[in-house]
Design a protein around this ligand. Structure first.
Ligand code: HMG
Ligand code: MG
Length: 298
């Protein structure tokens, strides 16, 4: 069966913007976050405390958190790769953190300048320190389906890496299809393999990029398997700076259109979201790639 309610983990302000070449002013990011909260979101991934040399767009993380209008009932998770990032995030008042690992060697190298093995040593004190501070910790795992350099990624390899992240103390594991090559049957096989390894679908989230137009079909497959947290980005913004072939995430509007049709509650208002994505598209100077945004914009 399908869940009656889905938590949308909105990643537009982080995954959506991190790859933008032109620096988006912090005031625009703050208004984007506030509009998304106003639309009814309960989880807004705000930014990353990573090296500004690696992701210049998010170098303003402190300023952003400083200016953030934190709404009651809304969580604002941030990405943290290492102890330096942990200190920055905790000092900025963040209590919802995410570590982000790779299932493949090439992407671990390109995204973290690390090996798959060494990334866990980097994350270990981050997860422990976050726990001590009373923060929640999400684990992201990238390249769960295919890797642009290594090709299809074996399910067992993904489960092994995912288990390692969970063992560090993550509350939830988000399965990333970083380059958008997953298909529905592969999604079912991966979730089943996690289940067999003792990781119930309720501990998983799915994170699809829409490169091949499969994100929505993959999401439906995951929901049927018992997953009820779905990552998406307003207007389908995004891409990953260290995986060239990746396009934006599943658009939140496309997701909402499907969920509303299925009678699944999210708390998010579609019209308010479309208006926000149109506003953001004007700021970025190009139309939203979301089909639903385009259809409803008239
Ligand atoms: P490195 O170059 O090996 O690390 O990078 P380093 O320790 O040599 O540091 C390099 C410089 O950065 C130093 O500065 C550090 O101080 C500084 P310098 O001495 O040269 O002046 N530095 C930092 N500054 C601020 N905050 C920090 C920090 N750490 C180091 N936290 C490192 C290693 C992990 C830092 C780097 O590779 C990095 O920041 N990577 C992040 C890349 C990233 O953000 N990628 C996108 C997010 S993942 C994603 O999008 C996938 C996802 O959406 C799921 C999916 O789709 O699959 C989540
Ligand atoms: Mg992503």
């Amino acid at each position: 069966g399908l869940p009656t309610r889905v938590t949308i983990w909105e990643v537009g302000p982080r995954d959506g913007l991190q790859n933008e070449k032109t620096i988006v002013p912090v005031e625009v990011k703050l208004e984007f976050l506030d509009r998304l909260a106003e639309a009814g979101h309960s989880v807004l991934e705000a930014t990353s405390f990573v090296s500004p040399k690696w992701v210049p767009q998010l170098a303003d993380a402190e300023q952003l958190l400083d200016g953030l209008n934190r709404r009651p009932g809304v969580r604002y998770p941030v990405l943290v790769p290492n102890e330096r990032g942990l200190k920055r995030a905790l000092d900025a008042g963040c209590r919802d953190l995410a570590i982000f690992g790779s299932a493949t060697e090439t992407f671990a190298q390109r995204n973290l300048n690390s090996t798959v093995e060494d990334q866990f040593a980097m994350f270990e004190p981050v997860a422990a320190g976050a726990r001590e501070a009373g923060a929640t910790v999400r684990g992201y795992l990238s390249m769960c389906f295919g890797d642009p350099w290594e090709g299809p990624v074996p399910v067992e390899q993904v489960v092994r890496a995912g288990q390692r992240l969970l063992d560090l103390g993550c509350d939830q594991l988000s399965l990333g299809d970083t380059i958008g090559v997953a298909t529905a049957g592969h999604v079912e096989r991966l979730i089943a393999a996690f289940d067999e390894a003792g990781v119930a679908p309720g501990r998983l989230a799915v994170h699809f990029h829409d490169t091949y137009g499969q994100a929505l079909a993959n999401t439906l497959a995951a929901l049927r398997c018992g997953v009820s947290t779905v990552d998406s980005s307003a207007g389908g913004l995004g891409g990953c700076p260290y995986a060239e072939s990746a396009t934006g995430n599943l658009a939140t509007e496309d997701l909402l259109w499907m969920l509303e049709g299925l009678g699944i509650e999210t708390g998010v208002d579609l019209d308010a979201l479309v208006a926000t994505s149109r506003w953001m598209a004007e700021r970025l100077g190009r139309p939203s790639p979301s089909r639903v945004v385009r259809a409803l914009a008239g």
